[in-house]
Design a protein around this ligand. Structure first.
Ligand SMILES: Cc1cc2nc3c(=O)[nH]c(=O)nc-3n(C[C@H](O)[C@H](O)[C@H](O)COP(=O)(O)OP(=O)(O)OC[C@H]3O[C@@H](n4cnc5c(N)ncnc54)[C@H](O)[C@@H]3O)c2cc1C
Length: 394
């Protein structure tokens, strides 16, 4: 048996893979630069993750879903897309049955906490926290990594799950498409006067996009995509000063607002690894495909990738066998590349303020049947969305 697996990165993707293989007989070592305390109880990071029904099913299968408090799971009934000041709205609802939710919203830190709780103490999993991988090597004979304290680990398969800027990927000589978007995404929980009714709103405004993601009654996550400096300036303001600014930015659509926080600005870069596998190596999570959050698929795709890889490795006499890794890579690329490209096209269209681009997006929004809209905008937050115009006066 060749079953020694080294996973670099105990983020949501690395933890999902470890959990999925926990009872497979693999001998798993998970190396993570953050401390055990930070993993066990991560602080809120402002990210509210829109989980598809498929992701919820995966988390249930992994025994992770029950570790997320029910009152922290917020149903997403419908998503609406607006363009600037136009009254036209594209509504996206579940195609499955009337009244069914599109998905749910759960805070990122709660997903990470639940995944860690499910992995910690599992037989066959060794967690090396507070340790950073500094060197990595892999060839057909085996893999090895060197940690910051000089420890060397050897194995039969190396999985890089160490973020979109993966240093393991770079150390192994695997390149990646890196596309800086030139904007930051600012996130902040807000309390607001008008009810959200479980409806997410994505709003493409002049030089910025705004999203309101519905959480508890009267509470939403406000998500602004802005030039870096503007995002940094807003993030530096005291919470009390932000509410009126947010209300003005959203044109008082939800009435008066109070910023609850935390306020976090994420600089945006999209990435796609040139290869998702190499000799005794596989890439998962953002290290494989780093999505733009606008279509809310990063974790959903990362989880799907971890499950896909785990299915290939279950019961294999040699978990680093090229045939298995290639099968994973082909399937994962096919499942992610079209959505990645559609998201990129959409991001480019919506960050272009020249008149032809503005006219094109208005036309696209009004013809919700356009495949790009359906694939990327329409697929926002859901497995297979059903777009329909609801107020075509503009
Ligand atoms: C604002 C925002 C909103 C989002 N909303 C959604 C959404 O609605 N739906 C959705 O599906 N996704 C969403 N995402 C994307 C999602 O958060 C990411 O795709 C997901 O967190 C990626 O998980 P990961 O495990 O691949 O990487 P990461 O979360 O980046 O984890 C990587 C881990 O590797 C560790 N590490 C790095 N280098 C080393 C090293 N050398 N040695 C040891 N450890 C190392 C890091 O400490 C980290 O813990 C959003 C992202 C943002 C920024």
């Amino acid at each position: 048996m060749r079953n020694r697996l080294i996973i670099v990165g105990a983020g949501p993707a690395g933890l999902s893979l470890a959990r999925a293989l926990a009872r497979s007989g693999a001998e798993i070592t998970l190396v993570e630069r953050q401390s055990r305390a930070a993993l066990a109880d991560p602080p809120p990071d402002g990210r509210e993750i829109a989980l598809t029904q498929t992701s919820v099913r995966h988390l249930r299968d992994l025994g992770v879903w029950s570790l997320i408090p029910c009152d922290e799971v917020h149903p997403l009934r419908e998503a609406r897309v607006l363009d600037g000041g136009s009254p036209f709205t594209l509504a996206i609802s579940s195609p499955k049955r009337r009244g069914a939710d599109l998905g749910v919203l759960v805070s990122n830190h709660l997903i990470r906490r639940a995944l860690f709780a499910a992995v910690e103490g599992q037989d066959g999993i060794t967690l090396m926290c507070g340790r950073e991988v500094r060197e990595a090597r892999a060839d057909s004979d085996g893999v090895s990594v060197k940690l910051d304290d000089g420890t060397r680990l050897e194995g039969d398969l190396l999985v890089a799950a160490d973020s979109r800027f993966s240093s393991t990927r770079a150390a192994l000589g695997i390149g990646a498409e890196m596309i800086p978007i030139g904007k930051s995404m600012l996130v902040c929980r807000v309390r607001h006067e008008q009810p959200h009714e479980g409806i997410a709103t994505e709003w493409f405004d002049y030089k910025r996009t705004i999203a309101m993601l519905p959480l508890a009654p009267g509470i939403s996550s406000l998500v602004l995509t802005l030039p870096h400096e503007r995002a940094q300036d807003l993030a530096a303001l005291p919470l009390a000063a932000l509410g009126p600014q947010f209300a003005a930015l959203t044109r008082n659509r939800w009435g008066a607002m109070e910023a609850v926080g935390p306020v976090v600005a994420y600089p945006l870069t999209m990435t796609f690894a040139h290869r998702l596998c190499a000799a005794r190596t596989a890439l998962i999570g953002d290290a494989a495909v780093g999505m733009h959050p606008v279509t809310a698929h990063g974790f959903n795709l990362g989880l799907a990738g971890a499950m896909r890889l785990a299915r290939q490795l279950q019961g294999a006499p040699d978990i680093g066998e090229t045939r298995l890794l290639r099968r994973f890579a082909v399937a994962h690329r096919a499942a992610t590349r079209p959505l990645y490209l559609a998201t990129l096209a959409l991001v480019r269209l919506y960050t272009d303020e020249r008149p032809p681009a503005r006219a094109l997006r208005k036309a696209m929004l009004h013809t919700g049947a356009v495949p790009l809209v359906r694939r990327a905008l329409g697929a926002m937050l859901v497995d297979r969305a059903h777009p329909r115009p609801i107020r075509a006066r503009g």
